[in-house]
Design a protein around this ligand. Structure first.
Ligand code: PMT
Length: 401
């Protein structure tokens, strides 16, 4: 009953999906939440305030003043009352106003006054959703810490098929439940995370790199931050964005740079999660100028070893610090992973194998086995990288206690 006695502001905007707001209210109220509806003028064209006030047992707020008696509807009080604000459905127009602070209706002024976490469930036509303007506005909202409940794919009001359907009411309610159920079991903990690939320069236009996208490491950073940790994320060259304000991100390019930053951050950290795919070797001398093609013959690059970041941190690890490594393998998986666990002085290692479909580089899923230094082995099914990150963090928390 994580929603019991929670105060939820439900913002409704002008979309055909507004009828689903009735189911959202019913679901929230059933779970013990108190719901206050704020609706835009366009929203009222799609669902009547009478339906909404009947279901929520509260008068619906739409205007700055009550038409009946001139009472001032205080968006500031409302913003302070709320434990969460959910805007469902959120149209492209409302998302744009939220992103740019265009406070021309009660819903937006409430949003701007709201101190509680904000959840946004977009609903619109597929082309509107895919438009760079909408995507950029959503990116802005994410950067404010708002949580976007992604729309699903399916038949839209226009009869076109694509991404833009508001998520179903029961799923939206689940997101809120998960949020309030979320443990803050990493509060006051400082976690260092490495993520992404490293690029080792050959010349001004070429490098040695790998296929890591950073998705696994960034999912870990988000989960740790949500569970209360202060995260230092050392990221190789990736195109991902970080959203949580508790993540301090330091971008690096090469293994040498990643090593420097990690060595500096580790002594003040409670734990380190080494998820980066670090190049083990780099060209001995990067050419100042672009290397030209020789007219004939082979070309040889002389490679020298990079520092092993995990092993270097393992060598200075002090009592109470926890170190988590990864092993990306293609054969003899367990043997290789166990070797790395010992060699790098890790507390546990997360094994992922490129032999498993949907695991490893670039995909949104992963399939892992956790091997700990006491010989414990736990295998997990294929899951989203976010869920995998939660499994890893659950294990980490038991060691940090
Ligand atoms: O980024 P994604 O596309 O989401 O892909 C995720 C991933 C496959 C990169 C990730 O799940 C993963 O397996 N990361 C580790 C990849 C790797 O380099 O594994 P390894 O077995 O070579 O290294 C073993 C451990 O030592 C790792 O914790 C690695 O970060 C660390 N290491 C390795 C070499 C080095 N010079 N310094 C290190 O710290």
């Amino acid at each position: 009953m994580t929603l019991k006695d929670k105060h939820i502001i439900l913002g409704i905007t002008g979309s055909i999906a507004a009828y689903k707001a009735a189911y959202i209210i019913r679901g929230l109220v059933k779970k013990g939440a108190e719901v206050q509806v704020v609706i835009t003028p366009a929203g009222k064209e799609f669902i009547t305030p009478l339906t909404l006030s009947t279901l929520s047992s509260h008068p619906v707020i739409s205007e700055f003043f009550s038409n009946r008696d001139g009472t001032w509807n205080s968006h500031v009080d409302l913003g302070l009352w709320a434990d969460a604000m959910l805007i469902a459905p959120a149209t492209a127009s409302t998302i744009g106003k939220m992103a740019n602070g265009i406070a021309d209706n009660m819903l937006i002024t409430t949003y701007l006054s709201c101190k509680a976490p904000v959840f946004v469930a977009p609903a619109m036509d597929l082309d509107m959703f895919a438009h760079p303007s909408t995507q950029q506005n959503l990116e802005h909202l994410r950067s404010f810490g708002n949580r976007i409940i992604e729309p699903t794919e399916g038949e839209l009001a226009s009869h076109l098929v694509g991404k833009g359907r508001m998520e179903e009411p029961d799923k939206i309610i689940e997101v809120l439940e998960d949020f309030f159920a979320a443990r803050k079991d990493l509060e006051k903990k400082k976690i260092l995370i490495t993520a992404g690939p490293t690029y080792e320069k050959i010349d001004p236009v070429r490098f040695i790199g790998n296929y890591s996208s950073g998705k696994m490491g960034f999912a870990l950073a988000e989960v740790c931050a949500e569970r209360g940790a202060e995260v230092t994320l050392v990221a190789g060259p990736v195109s991902l964005k970080t959203h949580h304000p508790a993540i301090k991100r330091i971008d690096v390019e090469s293994a040498g740079e990643m090593y420097q930053v990690a060595m500096e951050a580790f002594p003040g950290s409670d734990a380190a999660i080494l998820c980066a795919a670090v190049a083990d070797y780099r060209p001995e001398n990067a050419s100042e100028q672009k290397i030209k093609r020789e007219t004939k013959g082979d070309m040889t690059l002389h490679l020298v070893p990079n520092p092993d970041i995990a092993a270097s941190l393992g060598a200075i690890k002090r009592e109470g610090q926890v170190m988590v490594g990864f092993a990306l393998e293609t054969n003899n998986e367990a043997t290789h992973a166990e070797g790395k666990l010992k060699r790098k002085n890790l507390d546990f290692i997360v094994l992922n194998s490129l032999r498993d479909q949907g695991a490893g580089f670039r995909c949104d899923t992963n399939k892992i086995t956790i091997i700990d230094d006491a010989g414990g082995v736990t295998s997990y099914p294929l899951k989203s990288k976010r869920e995998v990150a939660s499994d890893i963090v659950n294990k980490l928390v038991t060691l940090l206690r």
